[in-house]
Design a protein around this ligand. Structure first.
Ligand code: ZN
Length: 555
């Protein structure tokens, strides 16, 4: 099937009410299997439409029709949730709960029990307002037109300059980025202020003390809590922050700089960060060779994605920034969205996003809609592990001569990401614990946390970021509250896959493919254990990986 052949019918309030009424009549009649089958079809249809509508907006944020369709989707979403939650409540209250679990699996019931606490009709308008604010943030970010080295670029296009080999260019790029946020400071502060107030209000309406517990529940976390996450952050401070500090200090000495500034951090390789060895066409073809050499299932799947139009990779003016993978469950096919900018980040499309896509594809026939994707920390294991598992073949993307430098750079960046990731997470815990904080107080919170997790961070003469505003460039803080820790939890697992692959590559890849096939059929720590990995919440989960990395980097 080609991507252009995928269509989805636009639902309405009436069509949803009608479809759910029919399902509820089946339930009244005692046809449990009929209920689950009809609901499964409907959820796949609505999700395919939602994913397609979102994707078209992200592909061209200036297209008024796409924008209107996305706004309609955002407005309709709470209605769909309303019906879903009502049905989940009925199924959870079913007199023969074991019969429900026999069809859907017990884990689905656990997820629904979480879901029903995150929604009530009283918050429908708040949810719509939240989606609108998120769109405003996306549009504001996409509006950036930054002048640098005689060119006009957007935020994605700034990346090559932020990691230029020329220190003065890096400085100018970071200053220009900060300047964009400084110029729009009022809007960025205001959007976030509205979001925090809205989210806190929703939490109170649903009976929670603060947004934090609601946020965890919206992420469908059923097997760990904020205390586990706090302990994990402390492990990063104990084991990873010192190693990253050493790596950065070595870099400072290597270059003979008297200080290492924020704009020096992205230059991981002294000869210049390794870049793809060719253009988009080259990378598409090289990725095929890479997957051919790794695994037949990966290879066949990638061929279909590439040849049938499921990759949108170039950076266009009105395209939303960032990259993601989405899927259309009516046809069981995923789609990858990216913004190529000529840097090594482009490689992530074929390693990171392909991991997500491969999992979605491997899980497409699992019994229930709730299992098509796992919770996000598990999703990111599929993506981040593939980044490490691609190491032996990465020469195809960057050229054999640069392969070792790429592996080293990627490993350093993976480690350096962990302190930043938990800083973003800790910040959000403080934000939602203090929802009345002023914008200035929020900036002070970030500054204080940066000193704990990124003690080397020095913004020099870049005033706005130096004053505690750097978090505004992290879109997850706006649009996906509490998501960010998931990347760090997943990296902890991905590094374990990396260590394994160094000792037995075939077994590591086999375990990886099996994990992808499990989709979301179990909660995070169960999936992790089944894949033979140590839960990040267990003390010492990072120990082996950090030791191995230190060894490899010292060599
Ligand atoms: Zn991802």
């Amino acid at each position: 099937m080609m991507f252009v052949e995928i269509t989805a019918e636009t639902p309405s309030k009436d069509s949803l009410a009608c479809a759910y009424a029919a399902i509820n009549r089946l339930l009244d009649a005692g046809d449990l299997a009929g209920v689950i089958a009809a609901w499964e079809r409907l959820r796949r249809e609505v999700e395919s439409w939602s994913a397609l509508t979102h994707l078209r907006f992200e592909q061209d944020t200036a297209d008024e029709a796409a924008k209107a369709a996305k706004e309609y989707r955002d407005e309709l979403a709470p209605t769909a949730t309303h019906h879903e939650v009502a049905l989940k409540r009925r199924l959870l209250a079913h007199p023969d709960r074991a019969a429900v679990a026999a069809i859907t699996g017990a884990h689905a019931l656990l997820l629904w029990e979480t879901d029903i606490t995150t929604f009530a009709p009283e918050i429908e308008e708040d949810l719509q307002a939240e989606a609108k604010l998120d769109s405003r943030y996306t549009a504001l970010m996409a509006s950036a037109r930054i002048e640098i080295e005689g060119q006009t670029v957007n935020l994605s296009g700034l990346a090559p300059f932020l990691q230029s080999l020329d220190r003065a260019v890096r400085h100018r790029a970071e200053a220009a980025r900060s300047e964009f946020f400084a110029t729009n400071a009022t809007a960025f502060d205001e959007i976030y202020d509205h979001l925090v107030t809205l989210r806190h209000g929703m939490a109170r309406k649903l009976g929670f003390e603060t947004y934090t517990e609601l946020g965890y529940r919206r992420m469908r976390r059923v097997d760990y809590d904020a205390a586990d996450v706090a302990r994990y952050r402390a492990e990063i401070v104990a084991h990873v922050v010192p190693l990253v500090g050493k790596i950065l200090e070595a870099r400072r000495q290597e270059h003979g700089w008297d200080r290492l500034y924020a704009w020096d951090e992205p230059l991981t390789d002294a000869k210049g960060n390794v870049e793809p060895a060719g253009d988009e066409a080259f990378m598409r073809a090289s990725a095929q060779k890479m997957f051919d050499a790794m695994d037949a299932r990966l290879a066949e799947f990638y061929r279909m994605m590439n040849e049938n139009g499921f990759l949108d990779l170039d950076n266009r003016p009105a395209k939303a920034p960032g990259g993601f993978c989405t899927s259309f469950p009516t046809v069981g096919l995923p789609f990858i969205f990216a913004n190529f900018n000529g840097t090594h980040h482009d490689i992530d499309v074929f390693t990171h996003e392909m991991g997500h896509a491969f999992q979605a594809y491997q899980s497409r026939n699992l019994a229930g809609f709730d299992y098509l994707w796992p919770t996000f920390e598990s999703c990111e294991i599929h993506s981040m592990s593939l980044e490490h598992l691609a190491y032996p073949q990465i020469g195809l993307m960057v050229g054999e001569a640069a392969a070792e430098r790429y592996r080293r750079m990627h490993l350093i960046q993976s480690l350096a990401f962990l302190p930043y990731g938990v800083c973003v997470d800790h910040f959000q815990h403080e934000i939602y614990a203090n929802p009345q904080a002023s914008p200035a107080e929020r900036h002070a919170m970030w500054k204080r946390l940066e000193a704990i997790y990124l003690p080397w961070r020095d913004y020099g003469d870049i005033a706005y970021f130096g004053g505690g505003a750097r978090w505004q460039a992290q879109l997850h803080i706006y649009g996906m509250p509490f998501y960010y820790i998931d990347y760090t939890l997943a990296e902890c697992c991905a590094l374990q896959f990396w260590v394994k692959s160094r000792h037995d590559y075939t077994q590591a890849l086999r375990d990886y493919v099996a994990l992808c096939g499990r989709g979301g059929a179990a909660p995070f720590q169960t999936l992790v254990a089944e894949a033979g990995l140590i839960s990040p919440f267990r003390e010492g989960a990072l120990k082996d990986a950090v030791a191995e990395a230190a060894l490899v980097l010292a060599a």
